[in-house]
Design a protein around this ligand. Structure first.
Ligand SMILES: C[S@@+](CC[C@H](N)C(=O)[O-])C[C@H]1O[C@@H](n2cnc3c(N)ncnc32)[C@H](O)[C@@H]1O
Length: 337
């Protein structure tokens, strides 16, 4: 971990800055020590890699993933081709198309979550120059280690940390792009994952996220049944209900045999814009907002018919006539004893 990165990380729990206490260093590199927060949490740095995992007691699905990838890190790269072979897909072409969606520039600051053995990380690194920054994270140190040598040849400044993709150790609005592929289905807090991703991404940043999900139109086919039997992860639903309101230009695509989804979007600020206040022309009148907020108790059919005749005679829309009538009656009653 570079010294500069130690100042970039924040507490994954309370998001306050961390204090570095170095035990061992080598030039600009921090090899061991701790990162401490004023909230009382202390995170170890060992062999140059900080462990910023939060919460300390992981939810069971995150803990299971950590144990599984710790135990299978040595064979992950060997076996991964089976998924691509099943659909006669070219892994390199598929992953390059995914990474292209990030719209990277040489100087981009990029975060990859659940980076695993670095199969996409190298393609991201290829697109960044010496001015770029690449932060790689995984919950399993054993699998993350597999990426170290793969990334060593690239000029981009690369920082690794162990952590939980649902509680990120970064300040708000720092990344130009965030990428994750392959682990989301089993993350314990998918709401938290997207909330955190949109928090650390700059406004306008590109986000690309994908994982297994058998499309609904294939679930009742033999194709779907055979694949879901072999790999139960295909049974997971799309995570659309977890997307924050600040997602913009959302696109969804199915890849790798049509059984993995890819979501791409840009991060906006709060809810999208809509002009809810212009006067809608016509007999009814009013605006989108008054039609939603201005609804009063109902009247009799006879009173409604009289109101329609009166508003037509006055030349006002129903909204304008009603607003004037209610306003003047309410003012009169409020002012009288
Ligand atoms: C199927 S692998 C995909 C690895 C890599 N992205 C790829 O496409 O080859 C899923 C990865 O997600 C990681 N992972 C699982 N749960 C995680 C979590 N809560 N936070 C961070 N990483 C997690 C696993 O350790 C594993 O490396």
């Amino acid at each position: 971990m570079r010294l500069s990165a130690s100042r970039f990380y924040v507490c994954p729990q309370c998001k306050a800055p961390l204090r570095l206490d170095m035990l061992e260093d080598s030039g600009e590199q921090v090899l061991s020590g701790t990162l401490s927060c004023r909230c009382g949490e202390v995170f170890e740095i060992s062999h140059g890699i900080p462990d910023l995992t939060w919460p300390r007691q992981l939810a069971s699905s995150d803990m299971e993933a950590k144990h599984w990838y710790d135990a299978n890190a040595d064979v992950y790269d060997e076996n991964l081709h089976l998924t691509f072979d099943t659909f006669r897909e070219d892994e390199s072409a598929v992953r390059n198309r995914l990474v292209d969606k990030l719209d990277l520039r040489e100087g981009s600051c990029v975060l990859e979550l659940g980076a695993g053995s670095g199969r996409d990380s190298v393609l991201i690194a290829e697109r960044l120059g010496p001015a770029g920054q690449l932060y790689l994270q995984d919950i399993s140190l054993a699998i993350l280690r597999k990426s170290f040598s793969k990334l060593a040849q690239y000029p981009v400044a690369t920082e690794f940390h162990v952590g939980n993709a649902c509680s990120l150790p970064f300040p708000d609005r720092v990344f130009d792009a965030v990428f994750h592929f392959g682990g989301l289905n089993t993350f314990s807090d998918i709401d938290g994952f997207f909330r955190e991703v949109n928090r650390v991404a700059k406004i306008g940043a590109k986000i690309v996220v994908g994982d297994e999900s058998m499309p609904v139109w294939l679930r009742n086919t033999e194709f779907g049944a055979i694949l879901m039997n072999s790999n139960p992860l295909y049974r997971y639903d799309l995570p659309l209900q977890h997307l924050p309101v600040s997602c913009r230009e959302v696109k969804l695509e199915w890849i790798i045999g049509g059984v993995f989804y890819v979501l791409e979007y840009r991060v906006g600020d709060g809810e999208p814009f809509a002009d809810l206040d212009f006067e809608i022309p016509g007999i009814r009148g009013g605006s989108h907002r008054t039609r939603y907020h201005g609804v009063l108790e109902g009247v009799t059919a006879e009173a409604k018919s009289l109101a329609q005749q009166a508003s037509a005679k006055s030349g006002k829309s129903m909204h304008r006539w009603l607003d004037d009538v209610v306003r003047s009656a309410a003012t009169r009653d409020l002012e009288s004893e």
